[in-house]
Design a protein around this ligand. Structure first.
Ligand code: APR
Length: 308
């Protein structure tokens, strides 16, 4: 079976392990700096496997040697937001954690593919690529599946239609200036603006942009983890099973959408090599200018990292 390491055995990391082990995609290693906690969660999850009929093995550890030979390394290690914080407020603390996680895991898994989740997402994925020295195929970030899933959820709530009929595309940086593409989003092929009034659609766009903050405000300690971890599991599946699945993904741009040298949320075809290709939509002037605004914001935060 394939091997997936999840760095950070907190809310998101442990729940990702849950989805992966349940679906028998891979053996999972959960690693954290806190002693005993990853071991305890992994043992608990292992003891669930006989009940649900999965032979996936789940190991908890504090030692990177146990992560050796991982096909995929998922990084969720870091601090989550508190109410009133933006994702960018996590930059200093989480940079150190992500740098350390990449260096230690790459040492023992030189052929791995990284999926980054730690916020601020696009700058952390950039940092991971620079620290690892890997090509862009092997470092991707998760944000867009989550943002798109939030929008799909809100459309389903409004229309009473199955979530399976709803396709939404949220691109751009993983911040409050993300870009929900309403013109490309649809319900069973019917564009959203034919199904919803401009007011309702505007409210859904706004709620999507603030979707992470809405959960932080409700939870008060910690941020969302069920939907983020489900999104991570979908990316792991697309890569391990070589699905050639197109998913909104944070990827290193080399001129796509008019930008280069930043990580940014765009549709990416994922397969066993990681990033196979970036899909480019035809955007109108308004959509392009919203994307440009979001890209400029991401670039500023990346530049503040001070790495080439
Ligand atoms: N190495 C490994 N694990 C670490 C390290 C490190 N250097 N530093 C912190 N951790 C662990 C913590 O011990 C904790 O168990 O990362 C875990 C983070 O888990 P939670 O606090 O539950 O946070 P979570 O909700 O999972 O979010 C993690 O994802 O959505 C983003 O903004 C969020 O950046 C945050 C990350």
């Amino acid at each position: 079976m394939a091997k997936v390491t999840i760095i950070g055995a907190g809310q998101t990391g442990a729940t990702t392990a849950h989805w992966l082990a349940q679906r028998e995609f891979a053996d999972v290693v959960l690693i954290d700096i806190v002693e005993g906690m990853p071991q305890g969660k992994a043992l608990d999850l292992s003891e669930a496997m006989p009940v649900i009929g999965s032979d996936a093995k789940v190991l908890g550890t504090n030692d990177y040697a146990d992560t050796a030979g991982s096909d995929i390394v998922v990084i969720t290690a870091g601090l989550p937001r508190k109410p009133g914080m933006s994702r960018d407020d996590l930059l200093a603390a989480n940079s150190k954690i992500v740098r350390n996680s990449v260096e230690k895991s790459l040492d023992v898994s030189p052929d791995t593919i990284f999926i980054i989740l730690t916020n601020p997402l696009d700058p952390m994925a950039y940092l991971a690529m620079k620290v690892s020295g890997l090509p862009r195929e092997r470092v991707v970030g998760q944000a867009g599946i989550l943002d798109s899933a939030r929008m799909r959820t809100f459309v389903a709530m409004e229309l009473g239609v199955s979530v399976q009929n709803i396709d939404c595309y949220v691109l751009g940086g993983h911040g409050d200036d993300m870009v929900p593409l309403t013109r490309h989003s649809n319900v069973a092929g019917v564009p959203l603006n034919k199904m919803l009034s401009a007011d309702k659609l505007g409210a859904i766009v706004e709620r999507t942009r603030k979707g992470g903050g809405e959960i932080v405000g409700l939870l008060k300690t910690g941020s969302a983890f069920y939907a983020p971890s489900a999104a991570l599991a979908q990316m792991v599946e697309a890569i391990l099973l070589d699905r050639h699945l197109i998913l909104p993904t944070s990827a290193y741009l080399e001129g796509e959408y008019g930008h280069e040298g930043i990580f940014f949320g765009v549709p990416v075809q994922l397969g066993r090599i990681g990033l196979e290709k970036i899909i480019e939509y035809d955007l109108n002037a308004e959509e392009q200018s919203e994307l440009d605004r979001s890209a400029n914001h991401v670039r500023e935060v990346i530049e503040s990292l001070g790495i080439e």
